[in-house]
Design a protein around this ligand. Structure first.
Ligand code: NIG
Ligand code: FE
Length: 455
């Protein structure tokens, strides 16, 4: 199989419009964030119920100058376009050939930028070493920090490009990217700048997050009360620099026993909010640490991992979910799987409690070296018992809300960015079912074809 990226979307570059037809299903995900029994509501248009993929009433998606302008039966959408002053002759046509169309996937939690790799830790963990034990011995995150500090701008950008391309091939059109392997102002700013530049370069959108409080760096560990001193350094030195740079959209903290306490996390996130950075949290990944409770208290965009939340934490997120801007539970099942944990995060409890669930890769060199959201959907179905439909909502509309871009991407609705994927399957339920397969046929970003898998 040869893969080719289409430079600048030249395939459809000369027409301002793009009309996708011939789909067996279009999962629009229209209607806003999903929670509770609506978690698996895909707002699905089914060709079989509309006369078949070739029928005049079959579902189509129309894009104009990068935005969705119509979705629905062809015999309603096409006259609507003409009536709205968008001549059909100016639409390039793309045949989905019986495939499934979904919104471009959104990966709401990645540590995209780092140097080096840590395959040695997989073997150490197989031999019984704990994740935090490796970190405490100066390995883990700290070994990636040492490699990342030594890497220049270009090296980090080349790495980021390579993995963004991998994500694109798996249907991802928007990525949240955390800093957090610098842990000094200069390197944190470099990571945020590279993330921003990669997003501008495209085609994948990159939303940078500042994660200065990812671990206590070596130079602070040597000091008495080093964690506290580093928290003060983050608040007094790094945050003002990050805010002045203006690249980060939100601030994250690794709130975990033995890393940063809930109280330290609160102080950092409140200071960050003062600079306009939305809060988000690595919460309750390895032990219940008050992370879910704190995320709800602060109205965080997202609480992530939630592998072992307390009952009070689930209840707090459930309360927050009743409001207009719920904190999204962003679950990262590839991490639990790669850490060989016995139990997965309690996804069904969150869904039953009405908490919106998103899924991310957590792409990073230590706990989740995968850039494949479709693989994460599979793991979520197998280990957390999400249905395929729930998993799809979790990597589209809910993931977009977790990143704070829910008004712009994550569903196929008029006015939103025309970010779409055509999958080589005949039903959405097959997306997590064909384990590890490359199912992406075509990726459209802002109305342009940016990737085609030429078989
Ligand atoms: O989300 N838990 C903290 N951070 C990452 C892992 C980072 C690393 O090990 O390099 C995570 O799992
Ligand atoms: Fe993470």
């Amino acid at each position: 199989m040869t893969l080719r990226l289409i430079e600048g979307g030249r395939a459809a570059a000369d027409a301002p419009g793009l009309l996708i037809h011939g789909a067996s299903q279009i999962a629009t995900l229209a209607g806003g964030i999903r929670r509770g029994t609506a978690q698996g509501d895909l707002a699905l248009l089914e060709a079989a119920e509309m006369g078949g993929p070739g029928a005049s009433s079959a579902p189509v998606v129309a894009c104009w100058e990068g935005r969705i302008v119509g979705v629905g039966p062809r015999d309603l959408v096409e006259p609507g376009l003409e009536a709205g002053g968008l001549p059909l002759a100016r639409f390039a046509r793309l045949d989905a050939d019986g495939g499934v169309v979904t919104p471009g996937l959104v990966d709401p939690h990645t540590h995209l930028l780092f140097a080096g790799s840590r395959e040695n830790e997989l073997v150490l963990r197989q031999q019984g070493a704990g994740y935090l034990e490796i970190l405490a011995a100066g390995g883990g995150i700290l070994s990636t920090v040492a490699a990342t500090r030594a890497a220049g701008h270009e090296e980090l950008a080349a790495h980021g490009r390579r993995w963004l391309e991998e994500m694109l091939r798996h249907g991802v059109t928007t990525v949240e990217a955390k800093s957090g392997y610098g842990l000094d102002l200069q390197t944190e700013l470099r990571l945020l700048e590279v993330a921003h530049e990669l997003g501008r370069e495209g085609p994948v959108d990159v939303v940078p997050t500042y994660l200065g409080a990812h671990a206590v760096p070596a130079e602070f560990r040597a000091r008495p009360d080093g964690a506290e001193a580093y928290v003060r350094h983050v608040i007094d030195e790094q945050l003002p620099g990050v805010a002045a740079q203006g690249r980060a959209r939100s601030c994250d903290v690794f709130c975990e026993q033995g890393v940063f306490t809930a109280d330290q996390s609160r102080r950092i996130l409140e200071a960050a909010a003062g600079y306009g950075l939305a809060p988000r949290l690595h919460a309750d990944e390895l032990a219940p640490s008050g992370g879910a409770e704190l995320a709800a208290e602060l109205g965080a965009l997202s609480a992530d991992h939630l592998h072992v939340p307390s009952d009070a934490g689930v209840a707090a997120l459930a309360d927050a979910a009743a409001g207009e801007h719920p904190t999204v539970a962003t679950l990262l099942p590839a991490t639990t799987w790669f850490l060989m944990e016995e139990r997965a995060a309690p996804a069904r409890r969150f869904i039953e409690a009405g908490v919106p669930v998103a899924l991310g890769t957590d792409f990073n060199p230590g706990t989740s070296p995968t850039a494949s959201l479709p693989l994460v959907m599979t793991v979520a179905c197998l280990e957390m018992r999400l249905t395929p439909a729930e998993a799809l909502a979790a990597v589209t509309v809910n993931a977009a809300h977790a990143v704070g871009v829910g008004d712009e991407v994550g569903s196929i609705e008029p006015g939103k960015a025309a970010d779409l994927v055509i999958w080589r399957v005949s039903s959405v339920d097959q997306l997590p079912y064909w384990v590890g397969a490359d199912l992406v046929d075509t990726v459209v970003k802002r109305g342009r074809v940016v990737f085609r898998d030429a078989l």
